[in-house]
Design a protein around this ligand. Structure first.
Ligand SMILES: NC(=O)c1ccc[n+]([C@@H]2O[C@H](COP(=O)([O-])OP(=O)(O)OC[C@H]3O[C@@H](n4cnc5c(N)ncnc54)[C@H](O)[C@@H]3O)[C@@H](O)[C@H]2O)c1
Ligand SMILES: O=c1ccn([C@@H]2O[C@H](COP(=O)(O)OP(=O)(O)O[C@H]3O[C@H](CO)[C@@H](O)[C@H](O)[C@H]3O)[C@@H](O)[C@H]2O)c(=O)[nH]1
Length: 459
C-alpha cells in the first residue's frame, strides 16, 4: 500500500472521522479547521464532538505520528497529494445548500497551488461535503479563480466527488466498514489514485481488531461528478421517505387497531423492502435528512419540477412531531401549568448533535402552550437548555420525571430504553402519561408499572 499525504479540511463530524480513519489505515493526515480553538483543543487530544470510538482513533493517530491538526490550510494544500473538503454546507434561508464554506476552501486551495508553483502530480481535490449537483464544476472554477487571484491560473488539479454516508453515533465503524465507496470524476487517473488511497478499506486489509468478522471487499462505485453528487441526495431522500412511509402506515395502524411494529417486521422480511429504517415515531431530524431533502427539493424547483413525493415526506415528518403534542393534549387536556419531561434530546442516540433535533421544537411548542418543560439527555442537556431556554436541563432521567404529569421518549438512548417504569411512575404526578415517541419501551411493562402508555402506531 502506498502512504499518501492527505489534508482534510473541516474538523467536524465528517472531517475528524475521515481524518482519523485515513490515518488508521496508514496515511499521513493533517486535519485543518478555521476554528483555531477547535484546532488547539484537538492538538491536546480534546474532542470537539461526542462520537463513540473517535477519541481513541484520534489518540492512536496522534501517537503514531500519522495525524496532526492545524489551521494552516495553504500550507497543507501545498504539501498534500489529496485534499478532502469536509466543511459544513448548512441550509440557506430558501432551503438550498449554502456553499460559502466550500467556496472559501476551494479559493484558498487555488491560491496555495498558485503560490507553490509546479507540482510533480496534480493535486486531487475531493469533495466530501454534501453539495448540489454541479458543485464539482463550481469547485474547479473557484480553485482556478483563487489561483488567478494569486497570479498564476495554470495550476494542476483534479476535482473528485466522494459523498459520505456515515451515520452519527456509528461514524467510525461506518467509515471503516462502509456499504460502498462512491467516487465521481471526469479524470480516470484521479479515480485510480482514489482507489489506491482507499485500498485498505476496499480490500478490508487493515487490522481486524474493531470487528473480527470476515468482510467481503467493499463495492467501489465510480461515476461522473454529477451522478456521484446525486447519489448522496438520492440516498438520504430515499431513507427519509422510507421513514415517512412507515410513519404514515403507523398513523393508519392507530386508526384501525393494528400494531406498526408487527407490520414493519412483516414487510421488512421482504428482501425488496428490507427491515431497516422502518421504526415509526416522532420522525427524522439531524444535520442531514432535513437539510438534504430540502436542498434536493430546491434543486428540483430550480428546474421547474414539483418534487411531490419529497414534499409529502417532509409534510408527514412535520406532522409526526405535532402528534406528540396532540397525544399529550388528549390525556392532559390543558397543558397550562403541567410539567412535561422530555427523555433524550439529541436527534438520535450516541451523538451530541442537536441540529434539527425534534426535542427542541417540541419543547418550544409545549412551553408556548403553558407547560413547564424539563429535558434529560446523557450528553447534551446543558447545550439543549442553552439553545432552548424554556427547557430546564436534567442530568438524570428520574430527576426529570420527579413531579412530571407526562413524559415523552424523544430519543432512545440506552439510559432511556432501560427506564424502570415503576420507579418512574412513583416519582410522577397523575395522570403519569408516557408518550413513547420511538416505540422504545415495552407497553405492557409500562402499564404494569403504573404509566399511561401511548406509543406511535400501536395501542
Ligand atoms: N454529520 C454527518 O453525519 C454527515 C454525514 C455525511 C455527510 N455530511 C456532510 O458533510 C459535511 C460536513 O458535515 P459535518 O456534520 O461534519 O459539519 P460540522 O459542522 O460538524 O463541521 C464542519 C467543520 O468545518 C469547519 N469549517 C467551515 N468552514 C471552513 C473553512 N473555510 N476552512 C476550514 N474549516 C472550515 C468548521 O469550523 C467545522 O469544524 C456537510 O456537507 C454534511 O452535509 C455530514
Ligand atoms: O427507522 C428509523 C431510522 C431513523 N429514524 C430517524 O432518522 C434520523 C436520521 O437517522 P440516521 O440516518 O440513523 O442518522 P444520521 O446520522 O442523520 O445519518 C443519515 O444522514 C447522514 C448524513 O448525510 C448519512 O451519511 C447517513 O447515511 C444517513 O443515515 C434520526 O432522527 C432518527 O431518529 C427514524 O425515525 N426511524
Amino acid at each position: 500500500m502506498r502512504e499518501f499525504d492527505v489534508a482534510v479540511v473541516g474538523s467536524g463530524y465528517v472531517g475528524l472521522v475521515t481524518g482519523a480513519c485515513l490515518a488508521y489505515i496508514g496515511h499521513r493526515v493533517t486535519c485543518v479547521d478555521k476554528n483555531e480553538r477547535r484546532v488547539a483543543d484537538l492538538q491536546r487530544g480534546k474532542m470537539p464532538i461526542y462520537e463513540p470510538g473517535l477519541e481513541e482513533m484520534v489518540a492512536r493517530g496522534r501517537s503514531a505520528g500519522q495525524l496532526r491538526f492545524t489551521a494552516d490550510l495553504p500550507g497543507c494544500a501545498r504539501e498534500a497529494e489529496v485534499v478532502f473538503i469536509a466543511v459544513d454546507t448548512p441550509p440557506g434561508e430558501d432551503g438550498s445548500a449554502d456553499l460559502s464554506n466550500v467556496a472559501a476552501v476551494a479559493r484558498s486551495i487555488g491560491r496555495a497551488l498558485s503560490e507553490a508553483g509546479e507540482r510533480e502530480r496534480p493535486l486531487i481535490v475531493v469533495n466530501k461535503s454534501t453539495v448540489p449537483v454541479g458543485s464539482g464544476d463550481y469547485v474547479s472554477m473557484l480553485v482556478r479563480e483563487g489561483a488567478e487571484e494569486a497570479g498564476n491560473g495554470s495550476v494542476d488539479f483534479r476535482v473528485v466527488s466522494n459523498p459520505e454516508f456515515l451515520r452519527e453515533g456509528s461514524a467510525v465503524y461506518d467509515s471503516l466498514f462502509p456499504d460502498r465507496i462512491v467516487l465521481g470524476a471526469e479524470s480516470r487517473e484521479a479515480l485510480d489514485t482514489m482507489r489506491e488511497l482507499y485500498e485498505p478499506i476496499i480490500e478490508q486489509s487493515f487490522p481486524a481488531e474493531m470487528d473480527p468478522r470476515p468482510k467481503a471487499a467493499v463495492p467501489f462505485v465510480t461515476t461522473d461528478l454529477a451522478s456521484a453528487e446525486m447519489i448522496k441526495y438520492a440516498a438520504n431522500a430515499f431513507l427519509a421517505t422510507k421513514i415517512s412511509f412507515i410513519n404514515e402506515i403507523a398513523n393508519i395502524c392507530e386508526l384501525v387497531g393494528a400494531d406498526v411494529s408487527s407490520v414493519a417486521y412483516g414487510i421488512g422480511l421482504d428482501g425488496r423492502i428490507g427491515p431497516r429504517f422502518l421504526s415509526a415515531g416522532i420522525g427524522w431530524g439531524g444535520s442531514c435528512f432535513p437539510k438534504d431533502v430540502s436542498a434536493l427539493r430546491s434543486i428540483a424547483r430550480e428546474y421547474d419540477y414539483e418534487p411531490l413525493l419529497l414534499d409529502a415526506a417532509v409534510c408527514v415528518n412535520e406532522r409526526q412531531r405535532k402528534q406528540v403534542i396532540s397525544k399529550l393534549q388528549r390525556e392532559l387536556h390543558t397543558l397550562k401549568g403541567k410539567r412535561v419531561a422530555l427523555l433524550g434530546l439529541t436527534f438520535k442516540p450516541n451523538t451530541d448533535d442537536l441540529r434539527e433535533a425534534p426535542s427542541l421544537e417540541i419543547a418550544r411548542t409545549l412551553s408556548s402552550l403553558g407547560a413547564r418543560v424539563v429535558g434529560y439527555d446523557p450528553v447534551a442537556a446543558k447545550e439543549a437548555a442553552r439553545l432552548q431556554p424554556e427547557l430546564k436541563a436534567a442530568f438524570d432521567p428520574y430527576e426529570a420525571l420527579r413531579g412530571a404529569h407526562a413524559a415523552v421518549v424523544v430519543t432512545e438512548w440506552e439510559e432511556v430504553r432501560s427506564l424502570d417504569p415503576a420507579r418512574a411512575a412513583s416519582l410522577m404526578e397523575e395522570p403519569r402519561v408516557l408518550v413513547d415517541g420511538r416505540n422504545a419501551l415495552d407497553p405492557e411493562r409500562c402499564r404494569r408499572g403504573g404509566l399511561l402508555y401511548r406509543g406511535f402506531g400501536r395501542a
